[in-house]
Structure formats: C-alpha cells, structure tokens
Write a protein that binds this ligand. Structure first.
Ligand SMILES: Nc1ncnc2c1ncn2[C@@H]1O[C@H](COP(=O)(O)OP(=O)(O)OP(=O)(O)O)[C@@H](O)[C@H]1O
Ligand SMILES: [Mg+2]
Length: 237
C-alpha cells in the first residue's frame, strides 16, 4: 500500500435534486500511485474540475470513498472536520490561470501558504528559493508577479504548489494559457517533480501533445472514470 497516493472507490457526484438534479460522476474507481503523472481528459462539462475538487477536499461528493495516501478521508461523509488542514498539508493546486497576487513579489507569493501553515519566514524563504532555482526563475524572486511573462508566472505557480511539500498535486489545465513549447516544458517539469519527490500529480489537459509525458490517462466517459494507457498514436482527445 505504500505506493498509493490517491484512491477513489464508487465515487458519485450529483448536483441539485428533483427536476434540477445534475448527475456528473456515477461511480469512479481508480488509483494513482506516488511518482505518477496522470492526465485527466474529457469534454468540457464532463466533470474534470468537479473530480479534482472532490479529491482536493474542496467539493463534497454525493457518496463513495476517497483515500489520500493510506488515509481514508471520505467514506460517504468526511471522516474529519479538518478538511482544510488535509488540503493545506497534503495537496498543492495549480490552476489554468496562475492566480498569483500581482502586488506581491515572487517569493512572497510562493511562501504565502507555508507561512499560513506556521512555517517560519526564514525556513519558508529558503525553501522557496530552492524551488525557484529548480525552476530556473530565482533571478525573478524579488520581481512583482505582474512583471513576469505567462510562462514564468506558471512556473512560479508550480513552485507555490510545491511550497507546502504536498504528497499530491492537482493541476487543472496548467498549460492552457501557454504555447506548445512552454506547455511541454511545464509538463516535463511536472513529471520530474513526480519522480524526484514521489508526488502524485493529476493534470487536466485538452492538449494531446501532453499525453506522451504522462504515465496513464483517466478519461471521463459516460459519467464513469476509465483508465487508459498512454496511446502511441491513436487519438484520445
Ligand atoms: N456548483 C455547481 N452546481 C451545479 N452544477 C455544477 C456545479 N459545479 C459544476 N456543475 C456542473 O457539473 C458539470 C461538470 O462541471 P465541471 O466544471 O466539473 O466540468 P469540466 O469537465 O471541468 O469542464 P471544463 O473542461 O469546461 O472546465 C457541469 O455540467 C456543470 O454545469
Ligand atoms: Mg474544468
């Protein structure tokens, strides 16, 4: 069990009730191991963001089970009142838009969460600098986010997602705003992080060019989550 990072069993998500009932996911079962970069693909509106938000303890499922690492966190109800703590400690989020705070400099953006988690300023700054060096953007540490390009800001956003040393990274279309070359470099970076730090990453993408870098693919089909191998040439998107 040591390799398990995310497991969901018979996960169901419906919004509303009666005439306004919207059924999004009807029974997802899958496993993501530590060290894996997994693509999540499906048409718009199929429930990709909803699935990430449930795994990230942000949205409440209708029923089912979710394990994060070896910890069962949801079993038809949250098993702890501390979802926010689990989220802060175990999970890093990366979004399509980087959501950096434009009037803070790069290092302040990266250290925001760890300092909220009670890590000292000295320690969080030192780790943030390590991350920025890893992403080859340390020279911008004291620039405002608003002074960086889209690709540079997305690398800072990835550094920020790693600042609390998460076991799991949930990335919702992290490369949507980037050209193919920059997208490939961000996805290669995510794969390296997964391997180097034994982190599990689920990445939503609409871009077929990103699939070869992934270990496997989760596809939402007919409200079920189906696991596929990475295709050699066939079209999955
Ligand atoms: N809070 C909500 N209340 C009601 N319905 C919702 C809510 N959030 C999402 N939905 C519905 O759930 C479905 C899945 O939405 P979701 O945002 O997960 O799709 P998605 O696959 O991420 O799409 P996209 O590729 O466009 O981002 C949609 O039909 C959406 O309208
Ligand atoms: Mg979405």
């Amino acid at each position: 069990m040591a390799k398990q990072a995310i497991r969901v069993e018979n996960l169901i998500k419906r919004f509303g009730e009666g005439d306004s009932l919207v059924s999004v996911i009807e029974g997802a079962d899958f496993l993501v191991n530590k060290g894996e970069l997994v693509a999540l693909i499906a048409p718009s509106g199929a429930g990709k963001t909803t699935l990430l938000m449930m795994i990230g303890c942000v949205a409440e499922p209708t029923s089912g089970k979710i394990w994060l690492g070896d910890e069962l966190v949801y079993d038809n109800e949250w098993l702890t009142k501390e979802q926010r703590k689990i989220r802060r400690e175990k999970i890093g989020f990366i979004f399509q838009a980087h959501y950096l705070i434009p009037f803070l400099n790069v290092i302040e953006n990266v250290t925001l969460v760890s300092q909220t988690n009670g890590v000292s300023e000295k320690e969080s700054n030192a780790f943030a600098m390590e991350l920025l060096e890893y992403f080859d953007i340390a020279d911008k540490a004291h620039n405002l986010s608003s002074e960086l390009s889209g690709g540079q800001n997305q690398r800072v956003a990835i550094a920020r997602a790693l600042a609390n040393k998460p076991q799991i990274i949930l990335a919702d279309e992290p490369t949507a705003a980037l050209d193919t070359e920059r997208s490939v470099s961000v996805v290669q970076m995510l794969k390296k992080i997964a391997l180097d730090q034994d982190v599990a990453i689920i990445m939503v993408t609409h871009d077929e060019a990103m699939l070869p870098f992934c270990d496997h693919i989760l596809k939402i089909e007919n409200k079920k989550v189906v696991s596929h191998d990475v295709p050699k040439s066939s079209k999955l998107i």
